[in-house]
Design a protein around this ligand. Structure first.
Ligand SMILES: [Zn+2]
Length: 498
């Protein structure tokens, strides 16, 4: 721009001295040179280095990302052609919204009608159903059952016209999968397509109420030059789908793969674009699957959905406690039941500990479904407060069902289970515990104690051990269950092991 100004200035000077015609002739040459240079630059494919974690780009490779602070996350990518036209073509079959400013007091708040997914778990995780015009990402490791979950949900919604865009499986494979699920819908369209522009054409023809894209890593747009699954493609395509969802009010579900090391087409980049991120997790060898809400523009993120993987699909687990407790562990040491809360739902969960003499050198510490650092801290408290020498022992901890619970109230059950195994003394079948354990061995208060106690009572537990500080202002007279309030781990141990 500045250079151009300089030329104009020169032109004026030339015009003044030699007359207009000469000035233009003299100026034409350098101007042509400049435009030629521009063309050359545009023809060369431009590459940039993009952070796989946050999507930040840089002209040169960086070891550490200045935005998200991650190391070794930069990869080279061909960046998109700059085409000014709209990524979403005009949708003739849809009533598209045109954004215009409205007064705050004129915005209707009760207008939000959510789509009932006909699945209690999914509805809960979404915060009460699917919001029209929302873009939802369902992420998870390959093979965990994302496609099954989505296909099953779609088939349970015959009242909505659905377009299932598959880039992973053929129509035949999807049909076989649907047959295994034993449900069918007359309103589900399948299309195997990976080109975004063509997908929009199909969408415009079918005019669905719900769009599924399986998976976002297989979709590509002609606007970007890099290969499908690259960050640029994933970003461009999801941005296009977001625009479509917002303009037409059509809810869109994207399926996205997450690798263990997380360096393929960073779902982190996707997370910034979409409205809601659901993570489908669980161990492939366990039958339980957890649907966790990681980001939600339309509700809370503390919600959790639990499913059981079966031959004929996923079954909703509406009462997790009944499944998470071993039916009969009478007489077994190393088992403690915790009254935990995940999201808004209380449930009782079995914690299993195993302590054995270390056979080879360094003792092993292993935890499944629990933070290992937290476990090491709890073992240190146990050693200090209860005088148990665990230094030469292997300690294994397992939360039943392959579940990962982030509730600090699990602490007391963890140390109880470890101690029970170490002493080889059984904890009574009808006793459950909850409480956070502090560094000095004190039992700290936890949230929503009433819900935990009521759940334990409902499931037939006779006694619950809770933190002393939780008793304040709490009426225990109307409860059937016996409540033992404790201040220190020693007191809790005395209650449990006599
Ligand atoms: Zn970054």
């Amino acid at each position: 721009m500045q250079r151009y100004d300089v030329f104009l200035e020169c032109a004026n000077v030339f015009a003044f001295f030699f007359g207009k015609r000469l000035a233009i002739q003299k100026l034409a040459l350098p101007l042509r040179k400049i435009s030629y240079k521009h063309k050359q630059m545009a023809a060369k494919t431009k590459t940039a280095f993009v952070c796989t974690q946050c999507g930040n780009d840089s002209p040169k490779w960086l070891g550490k990302c200045p935005v998200c602070g991650e190391w070794n996350t930069y990869v080279e990518e061909v960046i998109s052609k700059s085409t000014p036209d709209n990524i979403v073509p005009a949708m003739s079959n849809f009533d598209t919204f045109h954004s215009k400013p409205i007064l705050l007091q004129e915005i209707e708040t009760d207008a939000e009608v959510r789509m009932d997914m006909n699945d209690l778990e999914l509805n809960r995780v979404l915060g009460g159903g699917l919001v029209p015009g929302s873009l939802v990402l369902i992420g998870g490791e390959p093979g965990i059952g994302k496609s099954t979950l989505v296909l099953q949900t779609v088939l349970k919604l015959p009242q909505y016209k659905t377009l299932y865009v598959s880039g992973e499986e053929s129509a035949k494979q999807l049909k076989l999968r649907a047959e295994r699920l034993n449900t069918s819908s007359e309103n589900c369209f399948i299309v195997c397509e990976t080109n975004l522009e063509k997908i929009f054409t199909h969408i415009n023809n079918v005019k669905p109420d719900l769009v599924i894209v399986d998976s976002i890593q297989t979709v590509f747009t002609d606007r970007a030059e890099s290969s499908p699954g690259s960050i640029t493609q994933v970003r461009e395509c999801s941005a296009g789908l977001l625009k479509f969802a917002k303009e037409t009010g059509t809810p869109t579900l994207l399926i996205g793969h997450i690798n263990k090391d997380g360096n393929i087409a960073g779902p982190k980049v996707l997370e910034h674009i979409v409205d809601t991120v659901l993570q489908f997790e669980g161990d492939q060898h366990y039958m339980y699957r957890i649907l966790r809400n990681i980001k939600n523009r339309f509700g809370s993120t503390s919600e959790l959905g639990i499913y059981e993987m079966r031959q004929d699909g996923l079954r909703e687990v509406n009462n997790p406690s009944e499944l998470l407790l071993t039916q009969n562990h009478e007489g077994l040491s190393g088992v403690a039941i915790a009254a935990a809360i995940e999201g808004v739902r209380p449930f009782l969960i079995e914690t299993q500990g195993l302590v054995s003499t270390a056979a080879y050198g360094v003792p092993q510490r292993s935890a499944t479904g629990f933070d290992i650092r937290r476990m090491n801290m709890l073992l240190a408290v146990l050693e200090k407060r209860a005088g148990f020498k665990l230094g030469q022992k292997d300690v294994f901890l397992n939360i039943a069902g392959g579940l990962r619970v982030n509730d600090p109230a699990m602490d007391l059950s963890v140390i109880s289970a470890v101690l029970s195994s170490s002493l080889d003394v059984t904890i009574e079948r009808e006793t459950c515990v909850c409480g956070e354990v502090g560094l000095s061995g004190e039992i700290r208060p936890i949230n929503r104690i009433e819900q935990r106690i009521l759940e334990a009572e409902k499931l037939g537990f006779k006694r619950i051990i809770i933190p002393q500080n939780n008793l304040k202002g709490f009426d225990i007279k109307r409860l059937q269950i016996q409540i033992k309030a404790v201040k220190k781990v020693e007191e809790a141990f005395r209650e449990l092991f006599g």
